[in-house]
Design a protein around this ligand. Structure first.
Ligand SMILES: Cc1ncc(COP(=O)(O)O)c(C=O)c1O
Length: 474
């Protein structure tokens, strides 16, 4: 049989040994008899190609990344080192408990740490992202009411500032979504909430601080109202970086919580990489968690599959194990300094807010938590929308903030600096934002030419949205 790895130009990037296959085991019509046309490139050329592609990416190691609601904090390299230890990365998920004690111990300890940080009573590490955690949590809420004989509870209340995944997750579980308004201080309007309550309400989904970066001061009143109505409270932990060690969702009265390990606990995210959205619950919801939960008896760790009312598995095996190792490494490394990280994240956000307000509109002029939302309305009227400001920032080695979210702010610019950055970086960003505002006043046409320094310059957004070209053609 002819080898299928013939070289056309003699360049050899990989060593593949010639394989003599017996023709008998492969049907003759499937046998290839010609060169398969693999690219003829040397290892060096391949490396240059991928390096060039990775250089085009913007990442936190390259510049400031104030992407609101995403907590793009620095991911310490020690996390990577620990996750690549052979015992962790070569362990097969089907290995038995006896031979996986180290991994199970790590998962158990992480569960315990998350319990302490959230104040909740039990944890599943299975969900693979925040939105997946929301879905898991809402499945638990649904089953809880079904078993209580209250299947009539079909409504889930969601504030108008909520992240889109909240109503989407509840809807996927079959709930009907009811929106509650924010008041003029950017917090849930309690009077409006009171009017929405009836015996069909299953839960409210909230994040605190909310997506405006404002702490819901009346959260205890809200939780009392909900519980008095026989309803539950779901805590979206995407904004947890603001409160670590200062308060927790159990103290605020929440029943179910998800955390985004890939935000608060410094594991990589963006670009569709694996994440982790553990769900933590109060005592009375323990038996509803997806199984297995990692337990300990004496000095042995084991996977407990016997949860009485489990909603079943929500992911293969036990979640994104490598991400769990990284998050645990971060928690151990930080210890009590987690509290300081939140304090610094809040301080950094308030510092930028105070320097930019006035030049940019600040619709909710309140002390903020780890992020805040400006409006580019004034600049829009001068000829450059928020999108134009975001593109201009890209020419200053800065990732744009989150834009046009939350929906209740016109021309929203949502800035989250995180605790990772120095004062010099924050000052550099402030100067750039102020410069862009004066450029817009003087010469909006020039600003609209950005981005000019990125690998791909200004794109035709309408064409891209209406006629996306999703295939690769030479
Ligand atoms: C407030 C809020 N909730 C939920 C999510 C969903 O999290 P994930 O992207 O991990 O699915 C996000 C993500 O940005 C968020 O900002």
């Amino acid at each position: 049989m002819k080898t299928i790895f013939e070289k056309s130009n003699g360049v050899d990037g990989i060593g593949v040994c010639d394989v003599e296959l017996s023709g008998q085991c492969i049907p003759s019509e499937l046998l290839r008899d010609g060169n398969i046309g693999l690219p003829q490139l040397s290892e060096l050329e391949v490396m240059r190609h991928y390096k060039e592609l990775s250089d085009r990416n913007f990442c936190i190691e390259k510049g400031f990344y104030p992407l609101g609601s995403c907590t793009m904090k620095y991911n310490p390299k020690v996390n990577e080192l620990l996750a690549s230890l052979e015992g962790f990365c070569n362990l097969h998920p089907m290995q038995n408990d006896e031979d996986s004690q180290g991994a199970l111990e790590l998962m158990y300890n992480l569960q315990e740490a998350l319990k302490e940080i959230t104040g909740m009573d039990e944890v599943t590490l299975q969900p693979a992202a925040g939105a997946h955690g929301e879905l898991t949590g809402m499945m638990i809420v649904k089953k809880y009411f079904e078993l209580k004989g209250e299947s009539n509870r079909k409504k889930v209340i969601v504030p108008d500032s909520a992240h889109g995944t909240n109503p989407a997750s509840a809807k996927m579980c079959g709930f009907e979504i009811v929106e509650v308004k924010s008041n003029d201080r950017g917090q849930v309007d309690i009077e409006a909430l009171r009017e929405l309550l009836d015996s069909d309400v299953a839960a409210i989904m909230m994040t605190n601080p909310n997506t405006l970066g404002i702490f819901e001061e009346r959260v205890l009143e809200i939780s009392k109202l909900m519980h008095d109505n026989g309803s539950l409270l779901y805590y979206d932990g995407a904004n947890f970086n603001a409160i670590m060690g200062w308060t927790n969702p159990a103290l605020m009265g929440f029943d179910v919580v998800h955390l985004n390990l890939h935000k608060t606990f410094s594991t990589p995210h963006g670009g569709g990489g694996p994440g982790a959205g553990p769900v933590c619950v109060r005592e009375y919801l323990k038996e509803f968690l997806p199984s297995p939960v990692i337990k300990k008896e004496g000095d042995k760790y084991y996977r407990d599959y016997n949860l009485k009312h489990s909603i079943g598995k929500v992911r293969s095996f036990y979640g994104n194990f490598g991400v769990l190792v990284r998050a645990y490494a971060y928690i151990l490394m930080m210890g009590d300094n987690l509290k300081l990280a939140s304090a610094d994240a809040v301080l950094n956000a308030n510092y930028i807010k105070e320097k930019l307000k006035g030049v940019y509109d600040l619709p909710y002029d309140e002390p903020c938590m780890h992020e805040f939302v400006l409006s580019g309305e004034k600049q829009h009227q001068q000829g450059v929308s928020t999108l134009g400001i975001a593109k201009r920032l890209m020419d200053s080695n800065c990732h744009p903030p989150t834009v046009y979210f939350p929906l209740i702010v016109h021309e929203a610019i949502m800035i989250e600096p995180t605790e990772s950055e120095s004062k010099e970086v924050l000052d550099g960003f402030i100067d750039t934002m102020l410069k862009i505002a004066s450029e817009i006043e003087e010469n909006p046409e020039e600003v609209l030419k950005s981005p000019q320094k990125t690998p791909i310059k200004k794109v035709d957004e309408t064409l891209a949205a209406r006629h996306p070209d999703l295939t690769f053609k030479e």
